[in-house]
Design a protein around this ligand. Structure first.
Ligand code: UT7
Length: 322
């Protein structure tokens, strides 16, 4: 840490009501519950309602995180939303969240780093706190991926779900460390064809649909997340044995096992919510952490590693103190 210390004072989440099961998907595309479970670990995922926007999901998660932190929205002076499914091309989804939670005229902007968006947003927020540019940050990962899935493509539509998760981070001059003890972020644009949306305002003038080269992405994702985690641990002068919990991006249970095996992290320390959430992109890590706090696994003082990789490729890892 080079500046002011910080603490993570609240974690919240929101999942839409509608549950889409593997069974239902078998009536939509040529797939099976057995294939989806064995190849991905997913049994169901949530789908936002047609009239629910990403900022609705994000604002619900933000309210939950603020309530758990015990502070009003007026205390927040930085809002960052990580998303690839903004309500509109512009303005940012963060300004809609700001309006919905009545956070005044605070700084608010979005971060686009696909599934690694939340870790990027967290790192930016922590830097603002360390340098005194902000005192209380709301960091949200929110995505409504159902709105740009190709529901005829069985290789992608079975993988994703909708949701949002949020952290409240606060600067604390008395704290000896930052809530983010160490991190590593990286990207490789040459691998963008492995996962992307085939549209955009300045190319096709459309939103596009998700396209993925699954098996190549699988290998790249395991390598990227393992490396980023290894670098982050070394930066924090820690070993995998020091970790209480490992919360990888919930993209595929086999990817999660692959990373844990490479770093010798025992399976009982790996937080898995993919079975119920699917891949919720930037919401995946805060949603999993929120679940593990609620069921009593993650406790105050625990050391937790997070890592994510996705479209870009963009990837990263961070070591967090709860
Ligand atoms: O969030 C960003 C990070 N995301 C990732 O990193 C995702 C990475 N990739 C993956 O998780 C996996 O590659 C998938 C789950 C997407 C696919 O699993 P896979 O074991 O790599 O399968 P595959 O793509 O090699 O396909 C194997 C077979 C193919 O059939 P053939 O050619 O062997 O006859 C596919 O057509 O599985 C078929 N297949 C399906 N079968 C039933 C693909 N999707 C399905 C499906 N149901 N939904």
């Amino acid at each position: 840490m080079t500046g002011i210390g910080s603490r993570l004072i609240g974690v919240g989440s929101y999942l839409p009501e509608r549950i889409l099961t593997n069974e239902e998907l078998t009536r939509m595309v040529d797939t099976s519950d057995e294939w989806i479970r064995s190849r991905t670990g997913i049994t169901s995922r949530r789908m936002a309602a047609d009239d629910q926007t990403t900022s609705d999901l994000a604002a619900n998660a933000a309210r939950d995180a603020l309530a758990r932190a015990g502070i009003p929205s007026s205390s927040v002076d930085l809002i960052i939303v990580a998303t690839v499914t903004p309500d509109r091309t512009f303005p940012s989804t963060a300004v809609y969240v700001q309006e919905k939670i009545s956070a005044g005229t605070t700084m608010a902007f979005d971060v686009s780093a696909a599934c690694a968006g939340f870790i990027h947003a967290l790192e930016i927020a922590d830097s603002f706190l360390q340098t005194g540019r902000a005192k209380t940050a709301l960091v949200i990962g929110a995505d409504k991926l159902s709105c740009f899935l190709d529901w005829n493509d069985r290789a992608t539509c079975v993988l994703f779900g909708d949701g949002a998760g949020a952290f409240v981070l606060q600067a604390d001059p008395e704290a000896e460390t930052s809530a983010v003890l160490a991190s590593h972020l990286s990207a490789d644009g040459t691998k963008s064809p492995l996962l992307y949306a085939d549209g955009g305002p300045s190319s096709t003038g459309t939103v596009g649909l998700v396209r993925m080269v699954g098996n190549e992405l699988f290998r790249a994702a395991v390598n990227a997340m393992s490396d980023a985690l290894d670098i982050s641990l070394k930066r924090a002068a820690l070993t995998p044995d020091d970790l209480d919990w490992f919360v990888p991006h919930q993209a595929n249970i086999r990817i999660m096992h692959g990373i844990a095996e490479r770093l010798n992290i025992p399976d009982e320390k790996v937080v898995k919510t993919i079975q119920d959430h699917g891949n919720t992109s930037s919401a995946s890590i805060p949603l999993a952490i929120s679940t593990a706090i609620d069921d009593g696994r993650i406790q105050d003082g625990n050391l937790c590693a997070v890592t994510a990789a996705g479209g870009g490729l963009a990837w990263g890892a961070a070591i967090l103190r709860f």
